[in-house]
Each structure stands twice: as C-alpha cells, then as structure tokens.
Design a protein around this ligand. Structure first.
Ligand SMILES: Nc1ncnc2c1ncn2[C@@H]1O[C@H](COP(=O)(O)OP(=O)(O)O)[C@@H](O)[C@H]1O
Ligand SMILES: [Mg+2]
Length: 286
C-alpha cells in the first residue's frame, strides 16, 4: 500500500526533513505517524501522495512510484488515495453537499450519479441531515466530516490524514476517530499524523510509527507482540517529549535537542489500557 525505501527529503542546508526512512504499510492497516512538531510527519504524508518527490530513495504507493510515475500521471494516484487536512480545506461559500459533489465532478462521475452519491457519502460520515448547510455554518467536527466524505468520493483504498483532529475539541475528535475506525474496518488503510498521545493511547491496536528530527525512531511493527496482543511504543509509554504528552505545541527550533530514547530498549512491553493514563516505564526483567 505504502512503501518508503530509504527515503530522504532535503529542503535546505539545515538538515533533512526526512532522513533515510523505510517502512511498509500494508493493505487495510491503520497506523499513526507521530513525533513532535517539525519531526517530518507532514513531509512524509506529502511524499506518500507524490505531492513532492524524495531527494533520495523511493516512495511506492498503490502501484505508483516516486521514481517511475511521471508528474502527468499523479492525478491517477490521487483517485486511489484520499487526503484529509487539519484545516479541512473545504470550498467556502458552498454547502456540504456541493463540496462533496464537486469532488465527484472532478473525478468524472456521471452527472446523474453525482447528487445521489454525494448524499450517500454524507450519510456515511453521519452528516446526511446537514447536507444543505453552508460549510461556515458547520462545527469543526462537521466540517472535517465533509472533508472525509470528499476524500472518500473516489472510493480510495488508502486515506492519508495530516493531524485531522488538530483543530477539534475532544468530543469531535472522538467522533472523527470513530469514523476513521469504521472506514478502516471496511478495509481502507489509514496513515494518520498526530502528536496527540492521549488519542493514540485510546487506540492501542493501531500501528505506531514515530519520527524524531526526520528519523524513524520507532515502529511498533518491529516489536514482538505483548502477551495480550497489544503493542505500545516504549517511548510513548515511558513519557517522552512534552508534545507527545499532549502539552502545547512547541517550536522545535526553540527546544533543547533531545536524545534519541530508543535505546532504552524494546524490553519495555508496557500495555496502557484503554482510557488509562500511560504509566512510567518499569523494568520487566525479561
Ligand atoms: N516546503 C518546505 N520548505 C522548507 N522546509 C520545509 C518544508 N516543509 C517542511 N520543511 C521543514 O521540514 C521539517 C519537517 O517539517 P514537517 O514535515 O512539516 O513536520 P511536522 O509535520 O512533523 O510538524 C521542518 O524542519 C520544516 O521546517
Ligand atoms: Mg505537520
């Protein structure tokens, strides 16, 4: 579904935004892409959409490749991969229904089918009653639902989401996460960037990929499953950066450099239970 093969992305002399990243997200998998602000999450998602090309290495997505797919053909990928943004990016001055209809038009849906399909998509995201509402009349959570309906218009097999709950309150966040899980349950892979530790702890079965200053420092798929089958990032569980602990976002430029904490070891098989705060790491002795 998505394969990053030794991917590096450099924007400037100040060091790579992504540094030799390799991972493989398979069909139907749900993965959080985490790390504090500036760690490279958005860059990775843009590369996964072939909106940008790596400086080195290769990104493969749904049969497309950053080294072989021409810019002219990128639109074909866009039909197979949905994208959801933190700030929704809906068309202003239009209704929810018009926003979704427009997406269907763009992908060339037959005219007669556009209206019923748009209605059905809004129904899928729980917004049927608000189909006729102007987007500015909708709450943040509702706007994000419209954006998700729009992303689903082409029936993609993969959804990329860049901090999709970043502008939402807790209740709306839960609603959107429930929606992502429903979408995932019917077989769509989801790669979702977030630095919300609490949110990730509520979904302990999701895969976690963690970036730190452009490097992939943790992948829960590399761990042996814990006894219960749940997997957890030792870094997340052991309480790491303030960002990942859910404290206010900080400018990475102004923060002291953090040491990679990975070598504290994969032996920390902690299993924070749903709804509980993560506990400090403890030596398990095995
Ligand atoms: N278009 C760009 N031009 C130059 N630098 C960029 C660009 N996009 C991202 N960066 C830099 O790459 C690093 C990673 O940024 P980003 O992927 O946005 O991180 P995150 O989404 O985790 O906050 C940051 O240092 C950022 O300043
Ligand atoms: Mg970002």
């Amino acid at each position: 579904m998505i394969k990053f093969i030794h991917v590096t992305k450099e924007y400037s002399r100040s060091g790579p935004a992504l540094d030799d990243i390799s991972f493989h997200l398979v069909k139907g998998q749900f993965a959080f892409l985490t790390g504090h602000s500036g760690s490279g999450k958005s860059t990775a998602l843009r590369l996964a959409h072939l909106a940008e090309r790596p400086s080195d290495g290769e990104v493969r997505v749904s049969g497309f490749s950053s080294t072989r797919t021409s810019r002219r053909d990128v639109w074909k990928l866009r039909r197979k991969v949905g994208y959801v943004f933190q700030d929704f990016r809906l068309l202003p001055g239009r209704t929810a229904l018009e926003n979704v209809s427009f997406a269907l038009e763009v992908i060339g849906s037959p005219k007669k089918q556009i209206f019923p399909r748009a209605q059905r998509l809004l129904g899928q995201v729980g917004l049927a009653p608000k189909a006729g509402a102007w987007v500015h009349e909708l709450s943040g959570g509702e706007q994000q639902r419209v954006a998700i309906a729009r992303a689903l218009a082409s029936e993609p097999l993969l959804l990329l989401a860049d901090e999709p709950t970043g502008n939402l309150d807790d209740r709306a966040t839960r609603g959107i996460m429930d929606l992502f899980w429903e979408i995932n349950a019917v077989g769509m892979a989801v790669l979702m960037a977030t630095h919300d530790l609490e949110l990730m702890n509520r979904h302990p079965n999701a895969r976690v990929l963690e970036l730190d200053q452009g490097r992939l420092v943790y992948d829960s798929a590399d761990e042996k499953p814990a006894a219960s089958g749940e997997q957890r990032s030792p870094r997340l569980a052991s309480g790491m950066s303030p960002v990942l602990r859910g404290e206010p976002d900080v400018d990475p430029e102004r923060e002291p450099a953090r040491e990679p904490e990975l070598d504290r070891g994969p032996d920390l098989d902690l299993e924070p239970k749903l709804g509980r705060e993560p506990e400090p790491a403890q030596e398990t002795g095995n």
